[in-house]
Write a protein that binds this ligand. Structure first.
Ligand code: NAP
Length: 277
């Protein structure tokens, strides 16, 4: 089975090792390559991959939105998110799905983190935010605040998600804002999620007040890394009880994608253990 992961940058991706570990559980013969693909070539590249015996692709930044243009069919959750993190050839049709949200929710469950009735701050309004917001909202939080450097993008994301998720009635629970969080009480966030791409860059600078961690008991950086990111250090310095990186979410979303490509339900214990090895 020919599989792979596309994105830019792509060198840092640890998806191949996770999927090879899953395949070994079932004696499945797969190839799983990393492919550097830029936005402008993405749609043609994806069509070409599937026309040349490709079976499935993981999709990472910055392609999660643009990749929908290559799909013949789109799952409801990918439509709700307006983004996809996996593609699958079904018959001769390219199917797009988003397993990021279920990956995050399963990671929270695995770490015994409650979402119900919690106030959640999500920083960032790119593909990853799109992917996780519908699933977070389905878990009945008290409120989700989306703060982004480019303020208009958080407003656009929130209004799109409200439209596609049929959440208009509950618009008070999903709120857009800029990074300054003007007019918002910093002492209300139970969970803070860094869904920006700052941790992928060498000069990690996040122009946000440390007071966002005042009440928080959980901080999660969606990025996964060998060492603590700036965001994770800020959270630890602020005595946040549970500080996680994105490894658990990555493994859980990968398991959900692998299941669709292969029909097998992989055990995740070994892959979770290999974090930061
Ligand atoms: P993306 O679509 O490129 O979006 C990037 C976001 O980061 C935008 O909101 C952007 O704000 C913001 N940003 C970039 N530089 C910034 C800075 N210096 N200060 C403040 N905000 C900044 O990327 P993505 O696909 O959403 O990915 C985001 C992160 O999630 C990455 O670290 C990725 O590795 C991680 N991720 C992890 C998993 C997992 O399974 N663990 C899954 C998906 C993604 P503007 O709109 O202002 O440009």
């Amino acid at each position: 089975m020919k599989l792979g992961v596309i994105g830019s940058p792509i060198e840092h991706s640890r998806s191949p090792e996770i999927h090879y570990e899953f395949a070994a559980q079932f004696d499945l013969n797969i190839s799983f390559e990393k492919y550097l693909v830029e936005k402008k070539e993405c749609i043609d590249w994806v069509k070409d991959f599937f026309a040349n015996k490709g079976s499935g692709l993981s999709v990472t930044l910055p392609l999660k939105e643009v990749v929908l243009g290559a799909a013949d069919e789109i799952s409801e959750r990918a439509l709700q998110a307006g983004a996809a993190n996996m593609l699958h050839l079904r018959g001769n049709k390219i199917f797009a799905d988003c397993t990021d949200g279920i990956g995050l929710v399963n990671d929270f469950k695995n770490n015994e983190i409650e979402i119900v009735n919690k106030t959640i701050l999500v920083i960032g309004a790119g593909g990853a935010s799109r992917g996780i917001l519908p699933s977070l909202l389905n878990e009945d939080p008290k409120q989700v605040i989306v703060a982004n450097r480019t303020t208009e993008k958080s407003f656009k994301l929130v209004s799109e998600i409200q439209e596609t998720s049929g959440l208009q009635m509950k618009s008070s629970i999903l709120m857009p804002t800029g990074l300054s969080l003007k007019g918002i009480d910093f002492n209300t966030f139970d969970i803070v999620i860094n869904a920006t791409s700052i941790s992928t860059s060498k000069e990690q600078t996040l122009d946000i007040d440390k007071a966002i961690f005042n009440k928080a008991s959980v901080a999660l950086d969606l990025y996964y890394s060998q060492s603590d990111t700036l965001f994770m250090k800020m959270a630890k310095d602020s005595n946040v009880h549970t500080v996680l990186d994105g490894w658990g979410m990555l493994v859980h979303q990968a398991a959900a994608s692998f299941n669709q490509w292969s029909g097998f339900n992989p055990k995740i214990k070994e892959a979770l253990k290999s974090r930061r090895d």
